[in-house]
Design a protein around this ligand. Sequence first.
Ligand SMILES: [Mn+2]
Length: 359
Amino acid sequence: MKRWEAALPIIAGTGADAMIVRDTANIRYLTGYTNDTGLLVITSDGFAGLITDFRFLFQAKQEAEDCAVIDVAHTTYEDEVNRILKEHGAKSVAFEKDATGYRAYEAMREKIEAELVPADNVLIELRKIKTPEELARLRRAEAIGDEAFSEILNDLRPGVTEMEIAARLTYYMCCKGASGNSFSPIVASGVNSSMPHAMPSAKPLQAGDFVTMDFGCIYEGYCSDMTRTVVLGHADDRQIKIYNTVLEAQTAVLSQIHAGMKGREIDGIARAIINDAGFEGCFGHGLGHSVGLEIHEPPYANARSEEIVRAGSMMTVEPGIYVEGFGGVRIEDLVLVTEGGCENFAHSPKKLIEIPVSE
Ligand SMILES: [Mn+2]
């Protein structure tokens, strides 16, 4: 079976005779083409054409073996799409609302004679359950994060800036086979750690700081994601209480999560523990998200998610407590949800690490 044939039932579900795929992760999933410029057209009679320009043509031919590869050189993307639709008798064509910019939409309106059918990111359904090949890449991606974490512990000392720690995390991961970050690393120290998505700053680390590091890499196209919080020097009682509450919440989820739970039920395990410990209002984000070709994918585990998480889906487990003006803690692993539980892809230690500081 050709990879893109998996999309045919989904296209049928939109009611259209064809689909224009612009989302680069969907194109990669369906064709194997790894670059970011191109447009895929699939028609319900069983044709797939990947349209791109000369800069990417040879790569597309190499990677997208199951597709016709079309050079846009002497025409436009929309003219090519229109030609293909006519050749294959498609009277209507679905397109991805999220991935289609206004200018592209205008061009489609102008050039494409078939009826345009706006669609949600329906192809993401295919990507929710990971294949063994995807899982192998995700495992390696997360392992690279673990290795980078063990190295970065040697670099944490008073005076080094958050930005330098972020740069070193990136460097370590790329030296171990990553092609880059799966998102810009978050390194947040001291009061900055109270901001869940703080940008690394020129602030030097100081003795007594919480240091939260949330980072991940891309390995063979697949993303990893992990977070650890350590204390530079000795942790005080308040830091220990916050840290251990987050750890307790995270551990509880890891021991209870399994296929068949709703996203909000998974989130609720951690939220109840954090609230009961007196930190209501301090865990202002969802517990987790899936990961794959993109760093944030459905299914999600948050307070609103009614979606049932199935075996074979990835999920981050990342509770946190953030106290304004003081600091915060987040601990995050990446797991594969299984029938009876989960397989944790992250192996970095989680007992509170106090980095020795020479006086
Ligand atoms: Mn995450």
